[in-house]
Design a protein. Structure first.
Length: 506
């Protein structure tokens, strides 16, 4: 459960002085009559945007909701018939009018197993409903439980469907209150009963509240100066993108980019062109990469814009959620160009990067700059030590026996790249394409620190690439300005390389 709380920086008071001078010329004698009017009370005071979320179990005692708040009873084991009611209150605690978006969603879940090995997804069994503006709290007994369930019976839905509400509040407006009724229906049977010794199912219910300024206060020209204010992305909201006349998908917000990711991951669309229309702020919320078990094919044109605050540590679209951690988890035959990334924070076990985790086939990366961030292959599991990370591409390979190319052109990395073992590079972690792929790197530069932490002679680190195995590699006009560290294989450009039937040209 998260609460997004955004406060404008205070603008200290300033004093404006106005001096009026009146001059009068008399006869042939030059003399000036003067007067002045001075105002010392023209203070400029910044407004304060502050939205507040609280919860209660009785409508009397309220506590603030923050990232670590659990609004449900600790240790409860849900079963058919079990019901909880939580009251939530939204308040404008600032001095500016605001508009807000409130959402309830499944933040995370663990799939359980029945005694006979069938999967259990609790989000498909537990229901919830919302009562707006409740006047009194439901009694803490069987009658209260029945009344709460009856109040939401007509509109109750599965938790997997989620809930959202938008509203607006002026300064000093009365708080808005709702009751959230969550329950497991009595008709749920053993399909939700996990077997002894089997994985117990669970869900984390997320509650988010975001706000931005509303068009209420006025300046000298009206109240429309903040009409384009947008909600910070809550990590959940998706907004459908309609293709333009040429069939391209114009993306203007994080919610629209999230919709594109969802549709591609669900295999509803593929082989598309995405064109950014504005800078995109992902707000540090957990990002599900585009492509996992499925893949993206086509062109992503950043159109000169910046993607800010990309944060990812799990690929929910992949059967291996520790692999393919980047904006794109898995692409085939893709062109990605004209985009910058600011404050990238990605981590996983394998194929971690800022732009593409796993890439196959013909790949082109052009005019890409990673302005800042940290990229880490640091998630060890029982099978393997964390390995393979790159600034732009985690791992790339060919997908046919015919001639193919992987191209990096005009790319810059400033992010630090670290792996627990093996391949770390400023542009790519590993390229393993056998004998049929030519790799070209032109006018590319690394400024980030590249580190392989391996201590068993398995570390590969390079300013451009950690590991390379392909037909040919051509590097022109490139530099490495970062620090490269590895226990055995390291280089300014490539840590370790093998060529099937070609040569390295630098």
């Amino acid at each position: 459960m998260t609460q997004s709380k955004h406060t404008k920086r205070a603008l200290l008071a300033s004093i404006l002085s106005v001096v009026l001078c009146v001059a009068m010329l008399v006869g042939s004698t030059f003399a000036w009559f003067t007067d002045s009017v001075t105002s010392g009370n023209n203070k400029i005071v910044a407004g304060n945007l502050d939205v507040k979320l609280e919860y209660s179990t009785d409508l009397q005692n309220w506590e603030d909701v923050d990232t670590n708040t659990n609004v449900f009873k600790d240790g409860t084991l849900w079963e058919p018939g079990y019901t909880e009611v939580v009251y939530l209150r939204v308040s404008n605690a600032g001095s500016l009018a605001l508009k807000y978006k409130f959402a309830i969603h499944v933040a995370d879940k663990v799939i359980g197993q029945t005694a006979d090995g069938k999967e259990i997804d609790l989000s498909n069994f537990i229901k919830f409903g919302v009562v707006t503006a409740p006047e009194t709290a439901y009694s803490q007994d069987a009658a209260g439980r029945a009344a709460a369930r009856e109040a939401v019976a007509a509109d109750a839905q599965l938790i997997s469907a989620g809930y959202s509400k938008e509203g607006a509040m002026v300064k000093d407006a009365a708080p808005e209150v709702l009751a959230m009724v969550v329950y497991m229906p009595e008709d749920v049977g053993n399909e939700a009963n996990h077997g002894t010794g089997k994985q117990a199912p669970s869900i984390d219910m997320g509650i988010s509240l975001v706000a931005t300024q509303d068009t209420v206060e006025e300046d000298s020209f009206g109240n429309d100066y903040d009409e384009d204010a947008v909600f910070p992305w809550d990590g959940v909201t998706m907004t459908e993108v309609v293709p333009d006349e040429e069939g391209n998908y114009p993306v203007s917000s994080a919610a629209e980019l999230a919709w594109m990711a969802h549709e591609i991951n669900e295999l509803n669309i593929n082989e598309v062109t995405i064109v950014l229309q504005k800078d995109i702020d992902l707000n540090g919320k957990a990002w599900t990469p585009i492509g996992g078990d499925g893949y993206f094919t086509g062109t992503f044109d950043g159109n000169g814009h910046i993607i800010k605050n990309l944060t990812a540590s799990k690929n929910e679209a992949s059967s291996d959620p520790t692999r393919g951690i980047a904006l794109f988890g898995y692409v085939e035959d893709a062109v990605i160009k004209n985009v910058k990334f600011e404050n990238v924070q990605t981590q996983g076990r394998y194929s971690v990067a800022a732009v593409v985790g796993d890439g196959a086939g013909e790949l082109t990366f052009e005019n890409i700059e990673i302005l800042s961030g940290s990229i880490q292959s640091n998630q060890n599991d029982s099978r393997k030590t964390a390995q393979v990370a790159g600034g732009i591409l985690g791992q790339g390979w060919g997908n046919s026996s015919s001639g193919q190319k992987i191209i990096f052109k005009n790319c810059i990395n400033w992010a630090d790249v670290t792996v627990n073992k093996q391949h770390a590079g400023g542009l790519w972690g590993s390229i393993t394409t056998a004998s049929y792929v030519d790799v070209t790197v032109e006018n590319c530069h690394n400024y980030g620190n590249i580190t392989s932490l391996s201590q068993d002679n398995g570390g590969y680190a390079g300013g451009l690439g950690g590991y390379f195995s392909a037909k040919s590699l051509t590097i022109t006009g490139c530099t490495n300005n970062g620090t490269v560290k590895a226990d055995q294989y390291l280089g300014d450009f490539v840590g370790y390389s093998t060529l099937a039937n070609g040569s390295v040209n630098e």
